[in-house]
Write a new protein. Sequence first.
Length: 354
Amino acid sequence: MRSSSTGSVEVSSSAHFQPGRTGNPPDGILPVEGLRMVPPFTHEPVMADEVLELLGPVPAGLVVDATVGGAGHAAAILDAHPHLRLLGLDRDPVAVAAARDRLASFGPRATVRHARFDRLDREVAALGETGRVSGVLFDLGVSSPQLDRGDRGFSYRQDAPLDMRMDPSTPRTAADLVNDLPVGDLARLFAANGEGRFALRIARAVVKARPLSTTTELADTVRDAIPAAARRQGGHPARRVFQALRIEVNEELDVLADALPLAIDTLGPAGRCLAIAYHSGEDRLVKAAFNRAVTGGCTCPPGLPCACGAQPLGRLVFRGARRPRPAEVERNRRAESARLRVLERIIPVQPGEA
Ligand SMILES: C[S@@+](CC[C@H](N)C(=O)[O-])C[C@H]1O[C@@H](n2cnc3c(N)ncnc32)[C@H](O)[C@@H]1O
């Protein structure tokens, strides 16, 4: 269900905070009598202590924050690690404005671009970087402001047009999906996101209720489609349906699957790729991409020495995924589902180089 029209974000706006800029302000920046004011962007960075610790040993150079958001991680990285510079990417222009504002005090150490992270290699090249990068951070999913700003249409808790686009310049909204997809596709989408036995029932109810244009209409339709006894378990009945639609509207899994190998390729020796996933679909992709890098794509039978010539591209810094500490989850419920995995890059020795 991937659309080709959103393969890349063409606008790659300029990097640094520009106090004197004239003309129409980018989305999310409010001009007030000649001053530029960015609306507050409150998002607590998840597993920030772990991210700082794991980026400590990387070589001096550039780190790409592929999901810069409000620059909580980015500012902490630049504060804690003077040997690092940072390129922040985000597909959401509101986040880009907030990140530029937050990182302005770091001057030329920080650059922020409006771009989807499957362009990260091109954005690194556009900076004029000749070498490879020292780190890449993916802090996946949505930011608190995306969820909390009712008008973005991400949340079943606030009445708003059914939108859910992280980048409002992309063509397809959640309303387009719920009103246009055949019932079978909707049911598959909901089932893939854990809706299990009610997926088809919900999909049929959505089709029957068309046209749906607001978050409340969709949330009510989903709630009414689920038997009363089942409604009482596992939070709001519309939570997983909204998550499934958000992931599909933004093609999150396809874009992540393309971006992970690019990130690994872009890393220099001992550079690290850190990925924080909040959803099993994201975490599966991260785990598979890191495992492929560790085996170098080896196709030999398990237990036998490698004879296919595969060269490992990395090593896991620790096995499995780290979870946030209970104290962090207590303070920030949005950290609850986080899983952090880390790969360290090895550059294979070419024949004749050893
Ligand atoms: C969890 S938030 C990141 C918060 C950030 N680490 C901080 O400390 O403020 C995820 C961000 O990633 C952005 N995002 C999601 N998918 C993206 C993609 N494919 N390319 C670029 N940005 C993306 C979202 O717009 C959102 O701002």
